[in-house]
Design a protein around this ligand. Structure first.
Ligand code: 3PG
Ligand code: MG
Length: 402
């Protein structure tokens, strides 16, 4: 069901309470290392201030204890970055408590076209707990509720669910980023042009079981890389040396292989492996096929697998990618991930639709540069994976229908 959007409501002189996901990565100095989540929220933010609304932004950052202010989890770096990005717009960052007197006074004193960014919601336990008293205080700030926090859409935190529930009767709408993410992730999967190829990687099979099950039968091919491949290979009886295997997941891995055999989906595992003795750029490196000897661990897909994966991707019309093919830091184990990225970029330039999940995969793509070569890179890690699992979100369902 399509949701009412921020463009569909009159915001002039109204207080718009917008949940964004400014949970951005910070380095040891508290500097933002990737501001994509802030950049991607700008269309909704500009939509409100350009139409002379009063914009109150709220977000979490990291996982503080929930017992009050902790400086390392402050949203101050995000406030500073937002101020830079918005140029002349007044961005107020009041006090260190999102429901404290300073925040309330700042919201009260706002002029049209101004922005208030509240401090980290998770400094209150009520945020994670979905507490209704906490939610009521936030809800009181707004005439309109807007959810533009796709990265947090899979969480039923207070600001995602209890706040819009408390604002029943007032407009509760979807922001531009949320709309775009939902459109890409659900349309791509449900109305895919064929061939449809999914690339799944990363360390753990357990993280990808839901996605594997949901994609089975929907996609033509699933290419599996990363350490999770070794749990499958082990389940098939291959010697995998000291590669990372989830011993407790062998049965589930076998079930997935059985499901694939019974469905129209081809599940392709790597046939060769770039191996090291440990995860370090100092390790000796050997390529092994079939059997990985004791003392060696697979750290990237091998050249034959890379060629085969690239071939499948170059033929694809729709591609979803979640999880790197190997340990992409340190070199030289980034080659498989890089080649997959290049093949997806080429397919995209020839008209394929490509959607890249957030988290590690987006980080890998960012590290290689040229992130603009995909149709869509999600700002969600867990949220985009849950979309691949076919789940729907309460935080979206609560919004007004269009
Ligand atoms: C994320 O980066 O995964 C989202 O911002 C949600 O954060 P969380 O995983 O700590 O709930
Ligand atoms: Mg997360």
């Amino acid at each position: 069901m399509a949701k009412k959007t921020i463009e569909q409501v009159d915001v002039a002189s109204k207080r718009v309470l917008m949940r964004v996901d400014f949970n951005v990565p910070l380095d040891d100095q508290g500097k933002i290392t990737d501001d994509r989540r802030i950049q991607q929220a700008l269309p909704s933010i500009r939509s409100v201030i350009d139409r002379k609304g009063k914009l109150i932004l709220m977000s979490h950052l990291g996982r503080p204890e929930g017992k009050g202010y902790e400086p390392q989890f402050s949203l101050k770096p995000a406030a500073d970055r937002l101020r830079e990005l918005l140029g002349g717009v007044k961005v107020i960052f009041p006090g260190n408590d999102c429901i404290g007197p300073e925040a309330a006074a700042a919201v009260e004193a706002m002029n049209d076209g101004e922005v208030v960014l509240l401090e980290n919601l998770r400094f209150h336990q009520g945020e994670k707990k979905g507490d209704s008293a906490f939610a009521a205080k936030l809800a009181a700030y707004g005439d309109i509720y807007c959810n533009d926090a796709f990265g947090t859409a899979h969480r039923n935190d207070a600001s995602m669910l209890a706040v819009p529930q408390a604002m029943q009767g007032k407009p509760r709408v979807a922001g531009r980023l949320l709309q775009k993410e939902l459109a890409y992730l659900s349309d791509t999967i449900n109305n895919a042009a064929k061939p449809f190829v999914a690339v799944l990687g990363g360390a753990k099979v357990s993280d990808k079981l839901g996605a594997l099950r949901n994609l089975m039968g929907k996609v033509d091919t699933i290419l599996v890389g990363g350490a999770m491949a070794y749990t499958f290979l082990k389940a098939l009886g291959y010697e995998v040396g000291s590669s990372l295997v989830q011993g407790g997941m062998l049965k589930q891995a076998q079930e997935i292989l059985d499901l694939a055999a019974a469905s129209r989906t081809d599940l392709i595992l790597p046939q060769d492996h770039v191996c090291g003795k440990q995860i370090s750029h100092m390790t000796p490196v050997e390529v092994h096929e079939e059997t990985i000897p004791q003392g060696w661990m697979g750290l990237d897909i091998g050249p034959k697998s890379t060629t085969q994966f690239a071939q499948k991707l170059l033929e694809a019309k729709t591609i979803v990618w979640n999880g790197p093919m190997g340990v992409f830091e340190p070199q030289p184990f980034d080659v498989g991930t890089k080649q997959v990225w290049k093949a997806i970029a080429t397919a995209t330039s020839r008209g394929a639709v490509s959607v890249v999940g957030g988290g590690d995969t987006a980080a890998a793509v960012e590290a290689f540069g040229m992130a603009d070569q995909f149709s869509h890179i999600s700002t969600g890690g867990g949220a985009s994976l849950e979309m691949l699992e076919g789940k729907s979100f309460d935080s979206v369902a609560v919004l007004d229908d269009a």
